[in-house]
Design a protein around this ligand. Structure first.
Ligand code: GAP
Length: 462
């Protein structure tokens, strides 16, 4: 059977099994928004926990943060987002479909530089108009290109009714870290180099949100910002790149599905930028996470715009300087999607085709599922519930399933990635005396079953 799923297979499984639902679906949907269902939120939280462990608890001198989403409007001027955070947009004159011109150009092999002016991108687009058709109506009749700012505005605290004093939603989560750099230095006195870490929401008015969670208008970013002495960036940058690559492998991503991409056209804040790309089904290799050498750009800008001295004072030499920043920024939705895609497998087991998610146990929504062999035998159900409750009490996230026959339950648990299924049968109750208090434990990936004593279940599940 084919082991190369299409993106639509992943999206269908995500919906069918309660991982991801389209946002506001009963109203016809809201483009670029998604809701994580009961299984999705477990995978999402496990993913964020694993990321946090690797980037805070397993490191030294890394500090967590959870900054407010709304920030002083000047923050986005200082960061460069009110001016430089835009995508080139053109509109089909026949059907009004909007396209991202840089993407449309890239699809025909023409590269548009992020820093191009509106004039320059119009020249580039004009030279290729005959090769770019509307994806909806196929017409080759687009408006002039305009740079469209991606920041999302709110009216928080703006009582003018005209929206003259917009407070923006975060265009990138990392600004909260720069705003609190001084607080962290003043209150915790970390020695440089040190890191500050946050998982926070970001909002972008993406011109054409698409490809499931890949390009959304609301998403989360898992960011680390590492503050280093000026010019002491190179070695640390290489180490950070290595650590991030290995983190994906440690949680089961197959290495052949990852690759590096160095940016030639750097965004306005970056001195060097590398992406870890993932080979997404249907889409091919595309950005999963960005690793950026931001030099002193951010703190210099905030120092200038806020008028607050953001220099770090070396505790031994009293030397003062603006630290340089090395950033890792991963879309949590893109990570979620990559882990889901990588885990998606199809095979044949016992002569039947099946789909399963080979998720690392620490990411799976449930560590285990407990079944009574038969739903209509109260003694089996009572024992199954006893085992289920004891695992829950031991702090294991476990499901109880007595719907349909055992085969159906296995299929359901396979598709949500539950590593082991535990069945309570008549032997558990003592029908075969030497097997009393033992259960069958079935492995998700191999389908192999063995008998395990209930007292050993916790150790077995891990
Ligand atoms: N602070 C740096 C920054 O925001 P970025 O490359 O724009 O850099 C970082 O974004 C990561 O955020 C990307 O690698 C991607 O995983 C994720 N991301 C960006 N735009 C996204 C979108 N529209 N939908 C989902 N994830 C997105």
């Amino acid at each position: 059977m084919s082991n190369t799923p299409k993106l639509e297979d992943i999206v269908a499984l995500a919906k069918r099994r309660g991982f991801v639902y389209p946002g506001s679906e009963i109203y016809g949907g809201l483009a670029g928004t998604f809701d994580f269902g009961p299984n999705g939120v477990e995978l999402l939280n496990n993913l964020k926990r694993a990321w946090w462990k690797a980037n805070v608890y397993d490191k030294e001198n890394y500090y967590g943060l959870d900054a407010a989403m709304f920030k002083h409007p000047r923050v986005w001027e200082a960061s460069g987002h009110t001016k430089g955070f835009s995508d080139p947009l053109a509109e089909c004159r026949k059907c009004n479909t909007r396209i991202r011109v840089d993407k449309a150009l890239a699809a025909i092999g023409v590269t548009a530089d992020e820093k191009m002016t509106e004039e320059q991108i119009n020249e580039l687009f004009d030279a290729s108009r005959d090769k770019i058709g509307c994806e909806k109506c196929k017409a080759k009749d687009f408006s002039r290109v305009r740079q469209f700012n991606l920041l999302v505005k709110s009216n928080l605290g703006d009582f003018t009714s005209e929206g003259n004093e917009p407070v923006y939603l975060p265009g990138e989560a990392c600004q909260g870290i720069y705003l609190n750099y001084k607080n962290i230095v003043d209150t915790l006195q970390p020695k440089i180099p040190f890191g500050v870490v946050q998982i926070g929401k970001a909002f972008r008015n993406e011109i054409s949100p698409r490809n499931f969670l890949f390009r959304a208008r609301e998403f989360e970013q898992a960011d680390t910002q590492y503050f280093v002495r000026p010019n002491e960036n190179k070695e640390a940058y290489e180490q950070i790149k290595k650590d991030r690559w290995n983190w994906y492998l440690s949680l089961g991503i197959r290495e052949e599905n990852l690759r590096w991409h160095q940016h030639e056209n750097l965004v306005f804040y970056a001195k060097d930028a590398w992406d870890i790309e993932y080979n997404f089904p249907t889409l091919g290799f595309d950005e999963l996470e960005g690793i950026h050498d931001r030099s002193d750009y951010d703190l210099t800008q905030h120092q200038e715009f806020s008028g607050t001295d953001l220099r770090y004072t070396d505790p031994e030499t009293a030397e003062k300087y603006i630290p340089w920043i090395l950033e890792t920024s991963a879309g949590v939705g893109r990570m979620f999607m990559a882990f889901l895609c990588d885990a998606y497998r199809q095979d044949e087991l016992g002569g039947e085709k099946r789909t399963y998610l080979a998720l690392a146990p620490e990411l799976a929504p449930y560590r285990a599922a407990v079944f009574p062999l038969l739903k209509n035998r109260p003694e089996l159900v009572a024992k199954a519930r006893e085992v289920y409750q004891s695992l829950k009490k031991a702090g294991i996230v476990v499901d109880f399933d007595d719907n349909g026959n055992i085969g159906k339950r296995y299929r359901r648990q396979d598709e949500i990635g539950t590593p082991v299924c535990i069945t309570i049968d008549f032997d558990t109750l003592g029908e075969t005396p030497e097997l009393i208090d033992t259960v069958t434990v079935r492995d998700r990936d191999t389908g192999e079953q063995k008998r395990v004593h209930v007292s050993e279940l916790k150790a077995h599940i891990g």
